[in-house]
Design a protein around this ligand. Structure first.
Ligand code: HAM
Length: 435
């Protein structure tokens, strides 16, 4: 037997409702904030991720799925969505002045070769959003508010918004120099990876999962202390907007995020819900003002976020203890297989009118058909045999009230619609109490 690859997951029919419910909320909230969906390929030229996420990040160093195609080009399964959106906006020239700011969202599988555990997979799904073409601090607040509103719509209220600023390129550069100086005498006390990171990009030392509790890292200089006046003003304005929006936040001076493209605001929303285990970060994001330019695009400042869908579903397990049960509107039971064939047109007409209906393919006897019907949880059984065929009627039995009514085939659709929408009949069905 061939099994699924470690760190991947089948999403089975029994689990699909919770995915689709979440996707519906995602689309509705995106509409509220007036974001449009963009869909990009799941693999790109490897260079795109090397140059955006960053050569020295754990993602590019250790986690990408890279492969050479038959034309000897290096490709990578996308580890995140931002870089692909940037590539697509530049390539398709979506950035004309009248289009700006672009407000885009995306949803789909991402791939990272990480050590799988609860809430951490090798193929996982992200819902991400990006505001492109404005450096307004209000856009930073808008993106954080969008993320918080989405969580609220999912009824995930136990959340912590953590925010920090890395400043503009100049502040970031100053901070990196200070960090390098600070780490120099201490670096030998840190792990081998940190020693490599120190040489390549000292900021990445702060991502260390081995030494994260080491006092050397805890006491390291903080980016907020190196902000230029302009960067500080930007950050203060973001904070003011968050306060105006009544969003609870904490400034986490240690937050730097593990991707190289960030400037100014970075943020994460975490939750302490026990079902999340140790992977408590639901969403991460921030501003990236230089990425478009660095990929030979125009000068487009941008800000965005990405949620991990599997983690949201884990969080929802703590909240929605009861799963919503599948149902259909009607199950069609026939007494004798010729009546099943005869009923095809009736079934089809009902479906065209929006009634969800299913029936038997196995020539089961009536008792077995009832058993199968009950597995599918219909609102009505529709029973049809020789008697009914002669009279051009159907016996309709409600699974809730157990009441059985003989309805003319011509009135069947109206009868069902009235019953399913709990409307009293306006005189057309010919079979209800009012007729
Ligand atoms: P990220 O922090 O790398 O940011 O990922 C965002 C979210 O994806 C995480 O907070 C987590 O919920 C989820 N995630 C990441 N890796 C895994 C994994 N292996 N298994 C399950 N879930 C995972 C980004 O990807 C940036 N592109 C976000 C962004 C958009 N910044 C600006 N715009």
């Amino acid at each position: 037997m061939i099994n699924k690859i470690k760190g991947t997951q089948d999403i089975l029919p029994s689990e699909i409702n919770k995915w689709q419910d979440l996707e519906e909320v995602m689309r509705n909230v995106s509409k509220l904030f007036n974001f449009k969906e963009i869909r990009t390929p799941i693999f790109e030229a490897s260079e795109l991720f090397h140059r955006s996420v960053g050569e020295t990040t754990d993602i590019v160093k250790k986690e990408t799925y890279d492969f050479e195609d038959r034309g000897k080009r290096m490709n990578t399964l996308r580890p995140e969505g931002t870089a692909s959106v940037v590539r697509s906006v530049i390539e398709n020239k979506l950035y004309t002045e009248e289009n700006l700011p672009l407000k885009l969202y995306y949803y789909g599988p991402m791939f990272r070769y990480e050590r799988p555990q609860k809430g951490r997979q090798r193929q996982f799904h992200q819902f991400g959003a990006e505001i492109i073409g404005t450096d307004s601090p209000l856009a930073d607040a808008e993106i954080i508010n969008f993320a918080a509103t989405f969580l609220k719509a999912l009824k995930i209220n136990d959340i912590k918004i953590q925010i920090n600023s890395l400043g503009d390129q100049e502040s970031k550069q100053k901070y990196m120099e200070a960090l390098r100086e600070y780490l120099k005498p201490n670096i030998k006390h840190l792990c081998n990876d940190c020693n490599r990171r120190y040489e390549e990009n000292p900021l990445r030392v702060l991502d260390c999962k081995v030494d994260m509790d080491n006092p050397v890292l805890i006491n390291a200089p903080k980016p907020l202390d190196y902000l230029s006046d302009e960067a500080k003003m930007h950050f203060d304005h973001v904070i003011m907007a968050l306060e105006e929006l009544d969003l609870d936040y904490t400034i986490n001076k240690n937050l730097v995020r593990g991707l190289d493209y960030y400037t100014h605001t970075v943020f994460e929303i975490t939750s302490d819900l026990e079902t999340l285990g140790s992977q408590s970060t639901l969403v991460g994001g921030g501003r990236y003002n230089n990425l478009y330019k660095s990929l030979e695009g125009p000068d487009l400042p941008a800000v965005g976020f990405a949620f991990g869908i599997e983690r949201l579903l884990l969080a929802l397990e703590a909240i929605n203890k009861e799963e919503s049960k599948d149902f259909i509107h009607c199950y069609f039971l026939s007494i004798g297989d010729i009546y099943q064939t005869e009923a095809l047109k009736i079934i089809n007409d009902l479906r065209h009118g929006g009634i969800i209906i299913d029936y038997d393919f196995f020539n089961k006897n009536l008792k077995q058909q009832f058993k199968q019907a009950d597995r599918l949880n219909p609102k009505y059984y529709l029973i049809y045999g020789e008697e009914e065929a002669k009279k051009r009627t159907i016996n309709v039995k409600s699974t809730e009230t157990k009441e059985q009514v003989e309805v003319d085939i011509d009135n069947l659709y109206q009868y069902l619609v009235n019953g399913l929408t709990n409307r009293s009949c306006s005189g057309g069905c010919g079979s209800c109490d009012g007729c």
